[in-house]
Design a protein around this ligand. Structure first.
Ligand SMILES: Cc1cc2nc3c(=O)[nH]c(=O)nc-3n(C[C@H](O)[C@H](O)[C@H](O)COP(=O)(O)O)c2cc1C
Length: 306
């Protein structure tokens, strides 16, 4: 009998599949469907804190949604917050922590573009936000990271030290495209595919066991095998977004079946047994793997010029 139990942010989850922040979770009926299909927990869509009266009303609605969500399902509900100032972070976080949420994910979506914004100052702001929020809320917090830090391992360690209980690899930044005919910048929100997973696996493997936090992988998990890879690399939870938007919420049970099938075939009986098993493969810095991408022999046959 296979057990899918895992623990994340100090929470016991019945399944390592966690629904990451997506608009589908705005509806309580969808949260119920996610629980039924085998989600271990759900991260709600981010509340982006504003400053005007409309924003305050939006926050009230967000709180109401949390109350409805936590009443409707048994699985842990994780709120997600983005704020602009130190005061906003702590004010909104403490109000969220008064609800029945099980944890809080900080979506510190900050892209510094000013040439005089130096990396140390930017990182210090991430750490300060984490420290401030962790010091005033009594729910565990996770930070959703992006991959563009100069020294990712170091910022991960600093965030753990500041009170982050978990780190999520990775958020995606807005990457607009340009419409050549109309000469305008256009949104380019595309669902991911499994290709996005490689970057996460690599960093997961490199950081596993070196920073004392729980880990979520978000990005590119589209099959049971993708989820298995995420766990093997060291993640505690495999987060899914695009696949559910593409195939629908019930597809979660297919992902779970695929994982179950793999575990049965390979003789594993618990998620715990597979977590981190291949992390060390990413460690060998001298490995030829690091150079393999540039080795012409690895390329498929190139088309001739004529
Ligand atoms: C339509 C859409 C809306 C999203 N909204 C949020 C959000 O509000 N907050 C957040 O942290 N991530 C948000 N994300 C990012 C997802 O939670 C997830 O991290 C990302 O899509 C990578 O996972 P995937 O490859 O499974 O899609 C959104 C993604 C999509 C596609």
């Amino acid at each position: 009998m296979i057990t899918f139990e895992t623990s994340y942010l100090g929470l016991k989850l019945a399944s390592p599949f966690v629904v990451s922040s997506i608009p589908l979770s705005r509806h309580v009926s969808n949260l119920v469907a996610m629980q039924e299909a085998g989600a271990g927990a759900v991260v709600l869509p981010t509340y982006f804190a504003g400053t005007n009266a409309a924003a305050e009303q939006g926050f009230e609605q967000y709180l109401q949604h949390i109350n409805a969500a936590t009443a409707a399902v048994d699985i842990p509900i994780i709120a997600s917050l983005n704020a602009k100032s130190a005061e906003q972070w702590t004010t909104f976080a403490s109000r969220l922590a008064e609800t029945d949420i099980s944890a809080l994910e900080l979506n510190i979506y900050h892209l510094p573009t000013e040439p005089d914004a130096d990396a140390q100052t930017v990182e210090a702001a991430y750490v300060a936000t984490t420290r401030n929020v962790a010091s005033i809320v009594d729910v565990p917090i996770a930070i959703k990271l992006h991959p563009y830090f100069t020294a990712l391992g170091n910022i991960a360690a600093q965030l753990a030290d500041a009170g982050a209980r978990g780190l999520v690899l990775f958020n995606r930044f807005y990457e607009p495209n340009f419409n050549l005919a109309q000469r305008v910048v256009v949104p380019n929100l595309q669902l991911s595919d499994s290709m996005a997973l490689s970057l996460r696996l690599r960093w997961m493997g490199l950081l596993y066991g070196r920073v004392n936090v729980d880990w979520g992988i978000s990005g590119g998990i589209h099959s049971g095998s993708d989820a298995v890879k995420a766990l093997l690399a060291g993640a505690d939870v495999a987060m899914v977004a695009s696949i559910l938007l593409h195939k629908g919420i019930p597809y979660l049970s297919t992902l779970k079946q695929e994982m179950s099938h793999w575990m049965e075939t390979e003789g594993y009986f618990s998620v715990e047994e597979i977590q981190g098993r291949i992390a060390s493969l990413f460690r060998d810095v001298s490995s030829s793997l690091h150079r393999a991408n540039y080795d012409i022999e690895w390329l498929p046959e190139l088309p001739s010029a004529h």
